[in-house]
Every structure is written in structure tokens, then in C-alpha cells.
Design a binder for this molecule. Structure first.
Ligand SMILES: NC(=O)c1ccc[n+]([C@@H]2O[C@H](COP(=O)([O-])OP(=O)(O)OC[C@H]3O[C@@H](n4cnc5c(N)ncnc54)[C@H](O)[C@@H]3O)[C@@H](O)[C@H]2O)c1
Ligand SMILES: O=C(O)CC[C@@H](O)C(=O)O
Length: 391
């Protein structure tokens, strides 16, 4: 029986991918084999030594201590692209909210008082405060052209906007998906100096933290709009508020409220709902539950942020799944231990990524406990699991 701990609400469609005759799933559970999480901060919690995998039902993994877990041989999975459409739609809504002053206009309308004739008069007198602008012909700059950024760029093109993008590590797959008339910016400075709307779709890392600061805001076009549906910390909020107060920026739309931002008249904050649609929550939960199940049952790895992709079709026999440091002579030592136990290797696959390697070895008989222990004790081996029939 595998034990799965959930740290956040995970859509039922995903949990249903884990058959209850083989999986126990609960928010509080002793000795979990894997953890399913959305945005809960895992940096501060103790992750039990029994955990072999973390499944992030979403894109960003900055809430997970990935490097520490890699050192322990724990695989971290996410759900690339599974919530991208949801975020794209909210970014589009954010651009329209800002361009047409919808928040302020709505508040004005809600506060109208008197009979209908008085309201009609106040409407016609007051609406000039909310004159907005249209999107066609304006320039959108997209920083980060991954699953979300590409969708945002393409939908803006479809609306008649000019689009420029910046992503020094764009993948070939994403480049193929991008509308051909999206122009590459030379640098972040180049992009921010040419855009009317700037939308961020990068992970939060040491490199991207405060990617937008006072210096970069100074080179933005007067009246520019910032959209942050990426992560709190990508934009220096204090610098953005100062530029709004000085009238240099027009609006700031973001998914990360704070005391500084939530009541500002030119800021629209939403409570981190970029991925909060039924469709996105289901997509993420199903994708990540399938990946966790595959990893626990077969050792195969798909969509991990720290482990190499590895796929060895299960043959119904006995499998050893080893996670080890990516250093010389690991395979030699492991196969020597197997040979000493009289086990014949039927199939084997080894893949590495950075400092970590995963080795899947199918053998003709169950792996004796003392052989598994001997392999576990090899210097550089991070984890060993015996999988399949009889293990
Ligand atoms: N608001 C929400 O609810 C919500 C939902 C989903 C994702 N997100 C955030 O959005 C981020 C992006 O999601 P995604 O699914 O598009 O991820 P992704 O991995 O598909 O794309 C991220 C892109 O950013 C690029 N990038 C990395 N560093 C960069 C840099 N310094 N400059 C320019 N580009 C850089 C990468 O090359 C990649 O193409 C996530 O990491 C997460 O933080 C937020
Ligand atoms: O789980 C969520 O609701 C937010 C997910 C989002 O921030 C992500 O990075 O995918």
C-alpha cells in the first residue's frame, strides 16, 4: 500500500487516479511515500524520510526545497502547461481591467445613490473619469516564453497588439508554438523600453527576483502597465508603487496582494487565482497524480524538475530503481552486487541530469534484502527501491 499525503486541496479527478486498493490518501498520514502539494510552503516543514517523491499540482516549484530534496534522492514533479490556459485568460482579463479602468468604474457605479434619474445623471457626468484605451496597435512585452508566455503572446497578437518577447532559454517546442510575428527583444531593458503592457511569465529564482526594479521602471514608457501573474517577488512592489504615485506607470495588475498593494487606487490585486479554474485544477491534479503513480510503481520519470526523464516499460518482473550521484563507476558497483547475488540483468536503463542519475534494472528474480542493503550502502547511492511482483 502506498501512502500519499496532500498538503493542499487536490482536485478529486487527480486523487481518483490513485486506486484506493493500493493507495491511502490523506492530509494527515504517517510515513508517506509521496506528497501532493499546490502552493503550501514546504521550505519550513520537515519532510519525512519515507518520502520518495513530491508532486506539485501546478507549474512553480519555488515553494519546494528542490535542491535539498535532490540531495536526498527525492524526485520533484510538476505539471507543465496544465494550467497555462487559465493564467492566459486572467492575464487577458487583467489587460482589459487596466485598459478600461474597470475596477474604478465598477466601484463608482456601485456607490451611486438616489433615484434612477439621479443615477443616470451622475453616470453621464462621471464617466469621463474612466476613459480608457484600446489594445490593437499597443505593444505587449512578454518576459518568459514558456507554457503561459507563449499563449499570452499569441492571444495578444490575435487581438491586434504588437508583441515582443524575451526568453534567453526558450525551448524549440515553445518557439514553434509562437506566432511568427512576435518579435524577439534583445534584452529585458530593450523590451521594457518598447512596451505599453509588460507581462511576466518566469519562475521565481535568484536571477528573476526583482527583475523589475526602480532602475528598469525609469526606462519604461510613460503610462506603461505591469502585469504580474508569475510570482510575488518578481517585481519590486515598492518601486512600482512609487512610479504609480508619480504618474510614470499607469497601472499594476497582479495576483499577489499585500498591504502595500491591495488598496492602492492604481493597483488591481487578485488573490492568487491565476490557476483557479475547474479545468486547470483537474489538469494539474491528474497530470501530477499519474506521474507520481508511475514513479512509485515503475520508477519511470516524466516531468520532473530535478530528475532526468527515464522510461523503461515495465515487463512484469522484478525491478530495482536506484537514484545515485552522477559520478563514475556507480553502475559497475551496482551490477557487481547483483551478480554476487546470482541475479541476471534482463534490461537496464541509466539516465542522468546534473548531479543526479537514475538507474532502472530489471532482473530475473526478486532482489534479496541484503543485496538491496549492500547497494544502498555504496557511496553515492541516494535511494534504492525494489519494485514489481514479489518485492
Ligand atoms: N498566478 C498563478 O496562479 C500561476 C499559475 C501558473 C504559473 N505561475 C507562475 O508562472 C511561472 C511560469 O509558468 P509556465 O507554466 O509558463 O512555466 P514554463 O517553465 O513553461 O516557462 C517559464 C519560462 O521562463 C523562462 N525564463 C526563465 N528565466 C528567465 C529569465 N531570467 N528571463 C526570461 N525568461 C526566463 C524559461 O526559459 C521558460 O521558457 C511559474 O514558474 C509560476 O511561478 C503562476
Ligand atoms: O495551485 C495554485 O492554485 C497556484 C498554482 C500556480 O501558482 C502555479 O505555479 O502553477
Amino acid at each position: 500500500m502506498f501512502k500519499i499525503q496532500t498538503l493542499n486541496n487536490i482536485a478529486v479527478a487527480g486523487l481518483n487516479r490513485l486506486p484506493r486498493d493500493r493507495y491511502e490518501v490523506a492530509s494527515e498520514i504517517a510515513h508517506p511515500d509521496a506528497i501532493l502539494v499546490r502552493s503550501a510552503n514546504m521550505h519550513e516543514i520537515e519532510i519525512p524520510s519515507t518520502v520518495k517523491a513530491i508532486g506539485r499540482a501546478g507549474a512553480g516549484v519555488n515553494n519546494i526545497p528542490v535542491a535539498r530534496l535532490t540531495g536526498r534522492g527525492v524526485a520533484v514533479f510538476n505539471a507543465p502547461g496544465a494550467n497555462a490556459n487559465a493564467v492566459k485568460e486572467l492575464v487577458l482579463a487583467g489587460m482589459l481591467l487596466a485598459a478600461r479602468n474597470i475596477g474604478q468604474a465598477w466601484r463608482f457605479a456601485r456607490e451611486l445613490e438616489g433615484d434612477d434619474e439621479a443615477i443616470h445623471k451622475a453616470v453621464e457626468a462621471g464617466k469621463k473619469q474612466f476613459v480608457g484605451l484600446e489594445l490593437p496597435g499597443r505593444t505587449l512585452g512578454v518576459i518568459g516564453l514558456g507554457a503561459i508566455g507563449v499563449k499570452v503572446a499569441n492571444v495578444a497578437r490575435a487581438l491586434g497588439m504588437r508583441v515582443i518577447g524575451y526568453d534567453p532559454t526558450i525551448t524549440v517546442q515553445r518557439a514553434w508554438q509562437l506566432e511568427s510575428d512576435v518579435q524577439p527583444a534583445l534584452s529585458i531593458d530593450d523590451l521594457v523600453s518598447r512596451a505599453d503592457f509588460i507581462s511576466f511569465h518566469v519562475p521565481l529564482t535568484d536571477e528573476t527576483r526583482h527583475m523589475i526594479n526602480a532602475e528598469r521602471i525609469r526606462i519604461m514608457r510613460p503610462g506603461a502597465v505591469l502585469l504580474n501573474f508569475s510570482r510575488d517577488g518578481i517585481i519590486d512592489d515598492a518601486a512600482a508603487v512609487e512610479a504609480l504615485d508619480q504618474g510614470h506607470l499607469y497601472a499594476y495588475v497582479c495576483d499577489f496582494p499585500s498591504n502595500r498593494l491591495k488598496d492602492h487606487p492604481r493597483v488591481i490585486t487578485l488573490p492568487h487565482i491565476g490557476a483557479s479554474t475547474c479545468e486547470a485544477e483537474e489538469n494539474c491534479a491528474v497530470m501530477v497524480a499519474d506521474q507520481i503513480r508511475d514513479y512509485l510503481e515503475t520508477g519511470n520519470v516524466l516531468n520532473s524538475v530535478n530528475f532526468p526523464e527515464i522510461q523503461l516499460p515495465p515487463n512484469g518482473g522484478y525491478r530495482l530503481a536506484v537514484v545515485n550521484s552522477n559520478v563514475p563507476n556507480m553502475l559497475g558497483q551496482i551490477s557487481t552486487d547483483l551478480a554476487q547475488a546470482g541475479l541476471n540483468i534482463l534490461d537496464m536503463l541509466n539516465r542522468s541530469r546534473g548531479e543526479v542519475a537514475v538507474t532502472l534494472i530489471d532482473v530475473d528474480q526478486p532482489v534479496p534484502a541484503n543485496t538491496a542493503t549492500a547497494i544502498r550502502e555504496i557511496d553515492g547511492v541516494l535511494s534504492v527501491r525494489c519494485l514489481g511482483i514479489g518485492c
